[in-house]
Design a protein. Sequence first.
Length: 38
Amino acid sequence: MCSKFSLLFYLKKRQDVKNIVTVNRNRTFANSNGNRGY
């Protein structure tokens, strides 16, 4: 049970990192177009 929980936590952390990378890429893309990116 403990290892299963840590695996779920690990997958969630990886998903969070992927989301952060995507947000940063979108922000950079918006800034390059002269828009205010969030």
